[in-house]
Write a protein that binds this ligand. Structure first.
Ligand SMILES: Cc1ncc(COP(=O)(O)O)c(C=O)c1O
Length: 419
């Protein structure tokens, strides 16, 4: 069975006008089933009351756990609903009992909020974190990872697909190392959930954090954490309430035995139901088929941009995602993104180079344009993007005023991490 692109686009209100949305790694366009679920629940809350609406839609709330478990090949009781990927990652990270000298192994492509959190945990708890070297194509070097494992290694943390690079880290190989040494593996799957098929058992991760609004196409302000059943009891949440724990007697409490221990009682129920619908929609459409379309569109776009005079594609990795990053010799990234949005109704975004890509920053590229493709995008949309980029570059070459390419570039601070 092939993907029905027309149906996919009909299901997507944002595809029915003249907009070309290539900011799916920022926030994707919601499909109608998720949108209807979101609006329907809010409307119900306004008519009968918030608590009462939750009772009426209790099955849809439960459906969220089933749909996410089906998507990841995990179990419903291993899933917690949260409000962002960062929250989910923090809930997992801070559920570990950090001690002075504990070591976290991570990669240069790790998401910057996670890197900042390692610095913070180093300042607060005295942990150490070490950057595993990359292979020549920019992904984590799994042999180096294995060689760096030591008795104090308490966590391996890795972003599956970095936010600003098309590379894909070899997570199954990392999972095998984590299992062999009995080290928990926290996978940031923020950009890969909904984009490529994931199987938590095959990957061998212990915890997986992700957002709802990116490739999964749920609403903003939603995210989730998946935790392997064998590990749930070993992770103690930093905050408890009437959902995550039971006040058993005046002086005792019991923490929930499943992943509800990572949730709090008050939550965005409309968002949760809508995210469940978005996950069901992705599974029904077929993530494997969407993934192969995303890859072929992204490969085509990289070739087209590489053929344009003055543009450079910056993606690393052998296997690459739907995230395409590039820059121009003289046009600033902010100028490109703004002109595309304003004059061509094409959404892309500006992506700052991660500090760990020092070689790129040293070459003068501190920011890139990020065009992130979903399965509902078309080759015609990509051709329109390339046409617009070419026109912009020609205008610049024919003498229109040169913007200061550096005005969106930050100073380069030092992370000061052990490599
Ligand atoms: C790899 C990665 N991890 C984490 C995040 C953070 O997600 P959220 O904004 O939902 O907290 C992002 C967002 O861009 C991301 O790309």
């Amino acid at each position: 069975m092939a993907l029905d692109i027309d149906a996919l686009r009909r299901d997507t209100p944002g595809c029915n006008g003249n907009l070309t949305h290539l900011n799916n790694a920022g926030a994707s366009l919601m499909p109608r089933p998720a949108l209807s679920a979101l609006l329907g629940h809010i409307e119900l809350e306004s008519r009968i009351g918030g608590y009462e609406a939750a009772i009426v839609n209790s099955r849809s709330i439960e459906h969220f756990y089933d749909a996410l478990a089906a998507l990841l090949k995990g179990r419903p009781q291993e899933v917690a609903f949260l409000d962002s990927a960062t929250r989910a990652w923090h809930v997992a990270f801070h559920a570990m009992d950090w001690q002075q000298g504990d070591v976290v192994l991570t990669a240069r492509s790790e998401y910057n909020a996670n890197m900042v959190s390692f610095l913070h945990a180093r300042a607060r708890h005295g942990i150490e974190f070490k950057l595993v070297p990359d292979t020549a194509d920019g992904v984590i070097d799994v042999d180096a990872l294995e060689a760096m494992v030591c008795p104090k290694t308490r966590l391996i943390s890795l972003s599956h697909m970095p936010t600003n690079d098309g590379l894909i880290n070899p997570v199954e190989q990392v999972g095998r190392i984590a299992r062999a040494y009995g080290i928990p593996f926290l996978l940031d799957a923020c950009q890969s959930v909904g984009q490529m098929p994931l199987d938590v058992k095959e990957i061998g991760c212990t915890m997986l954090s992700a957002t709802g609004r990116k490739y999964l196409r749920g609403p903003r302000g939603t995210g989730f954490l998946w935790v392997d059943s064998d590990w749930i009891g070993k992770l103690v949440p930093y905050a408890l309430d009437i959902r995550s724990a039971n006040w058993a007697s005046a002086s005792s409490y019991e923490i929930a035995g499943d992943a509800r221990r990572f949730e709090l009682w008050e939550t965005n129920i409309a968002g949760q139901i809508a995210l469940g619908e978005a996950a069901r929609y992705a599974t029904d459409i077929g993530v494997t088929m969407m993934w192969s379309r995303i890859q072929s569109l992204a490969t085509a776009l990289r070739h087209m941009i590489e053929a344009l005079d003055g543009f450079t594609v910056h993606d690393q990795g052998t296997l690459r995602s739907g995230i395409v990053t590039f820059s121009h010799r003289t046009l600033s990234t902010a100028e490109i993104v703004e002109t595309l949005r304003r004059d061509h109704a094409i959404n892309t975004s500006v992506s700052a180079c991660q500090l760990t890509r020092a070689a790129l920053i040293a070459s003068g590229v501190t920011h890139m344009v990020r065009a992130s493709i979903h399965a509902y995008n078309t080759i015609q949309e990509l051709e329109a993007l390339v046409e617009a980029l070419g026109a912009m570059a020609r205008r610049r070459d024919s003498g229109s005023p040169k913007a200061n390419k550096n005005n969106d570039e930050p100073q380069e601070p030092s992370l000061g991490v052990e490599q």
